[in-house]
Design a protein around this ligand. Structure first.
Ligand code: URA
Length: 436
């Protein structure tokens, strides 16, 4: 078999066989296929696409390119949740302990943030001492005994995806549905969960800008997961404005802790309940949406989800006493308000611009190797549909560098659009794909 012939075949729009895909994945992983040939194939796939069988075979080969976690020794249906990435998305911190408090083992491997979107692993590091890298034995033990663990992706989890993603990023071939679906699902399948809920974000702050594109991606991922023997549901959620009010690592953790205390923003809780509900249904812990909601509400009301979060921080080396005093751990030298210049209503908040403002403050990475400031970020006070009065604060900037704060302030103000007429609040849950 020759890589040249595989590229030629895809260039002509002919489907690749399982053997050809496996040959490619093996060579991309062990370095025997050069970057220029891998990149050429990515571009051919970008233009000619892949059919469902090819997409499935690519995903399976990528998942098997490194370690495949076998969680079967842990009792119960192991669950996982994945977001395609957005701005202000702190849902994992709320859902994971809620689900664990229901007795379901929640096992998640997560990533760091890149560009305008944040990453769960960075946010967890807001807790001094918290370890996002623990041994496999400890990960298994935490999931089995405490029903919860969230760790960084191990080096050998779908290594082929690491190689392909870096080349796609450099060759403008990220935004192709089969490539995104196989990239995400290879990591999910290798992480070992039996039931997976995918939060597919749609809008200005997301990869998928339209509902149609997001639906296609969601269907592709659900089909791959089901064909691989996993239970998968996807929820399409709005990411046209940031989720909740806080954007920035520690600020988002503070908002998630408020949510676990029953004081979460309405839009965040809508997404949390929709995803939690699907996890409860997939795992069989509830049989109807009403029953699932009743159970999820109970773990918030009786404090068991909050207690589970404290337990999670403790078992991964953090100090649970930091949970109630997270606000005191925020260290910023510059806090600036942004004031409304006239009366009216908020009609739009460009999520990508808000995410970018947080990145400019130092809260996100432009390149993978950049270090970040966990303290900085933006807290919005007004969301789409809210009324505003001239002179009112619409957002607060938290920074540690006056020059960066000035740039972020401009960007946050330009992310907002206003109107004189009343505006409806946007729906957060757009569609559910593969509900059982
Ligand atoms: N997230 C991934 O893990 N892979 C992609 O290709 C896009 C988003």
């Amino acid at each position: 078999m020759r890589m040249y012939d595989i590229i030629e075949k895809k260039k002509r729009g002919i489907s690749l066989s399982k053997a050809e895909i496996e040959y490619f994945v093996r060579g991309a992983t062990d370095g025997s296929i050069p970057d220029y040939q891998i990149s050429a194939l990515m571009m051919a796939i970008f233009f000619k696409g892949m059919d469902p069988e090819e997409t499935y075979e690519l995903t399976m080969a990528m998942a098997a390119s490194g370690d495949m976690l076998d969680l079967s020794a842990i009792e119960g249906i192991k669950v996982d949740k994945h977001s395609t990435g957005g701005v202000g998305d702190k849902t994992t911190f709320v859902i994971a302990p809620m689900i664990a408090a229901l007795g379901l083992p929640f096992a998640k491997m997560s990533g760091r943030g890149l560009g305008h979107t944040g990453g769960t692993i960075d946010k967890l590091e807001a807790f001094p001492g918290f370890r996002t890298s623990i041994s496999e034995t400890k990960f298994f033990d935490n999931v089995a005994r405490h029903k919860i663990s969230v760790v960084g992706q191990t080096k050998n989890l779908a290594p082929c995806d690491k190689k392909l993603y870096a080349l796609r990023d450099a060759t403008a071939t990220v935004d192709q549905i089969s490539l995104i679906a196989s990239s995400i699902m290879s990591k999910k399948l290798a992480s070992g969960a039996d039931a997976i809920v995918l939060d597919v974000k749609v809008g200005s702050g997301a990869f998928m800008k339209t509902k149609e594109e997001a639906r296609k991606l969601a269907e592709t991922m659900v089909n791959i997961g089901n064909a691989a023997g996993r239970k998968v549901t996807a929820v399409l959620t709005d990411m046209d404005e940031p989720l909740g009010y806080a954007v920035g690592n520690t600020l988002e953790v503070i908002e998630a802790i408020d949510a676990l205390r029953g004081e979460g923003p309405k839009d965040l809780m809508e997404v949390v309940y929709a995803l939690g509900c699907q996890l409860a249904l997939l795992s069989g812990v509830a049989h109807t949406r009403d029953e699932a909601l009743e159970k999820l509400n109970r773990v918030i009301d009786d404090g068991s989800a909050y207690d589970k979060f404290c337990e999670f921080i403790r078992i991964q080396n953090g100090n649970p006493e930091d949970v109630p005093r997270m606000r005191e751990l925020l260290h910023v030298s510059d806090v600036e308000e942004i004031f409304a210049e006239s009366d009216g209503y908020v009609s739009k908040i460009n999520a990508e611009m808000i995410g970018h403002a947080s990145m400019v403050l130092g809260g996100g990475r432009a390149a993978k190797e950049d270090s970040i400031d966990l303290n900085v970020g933006v807290v919005l006070h007004k969301k789409v549909g809210d009324s505003i009065i001239s002179g009112e604060s619409i957002a607060t900037i938290y920074g540690n560098d006056p020059k960066k704060v000035m740039v972020a302030k401009e960007e946050v103000l330009s992310a907002y659009s206003f109107t004189k007429n009343k505006v409806d609040r946007p729906a957060k849950i757009l569609e559910i794909i593969g509900e059982r």
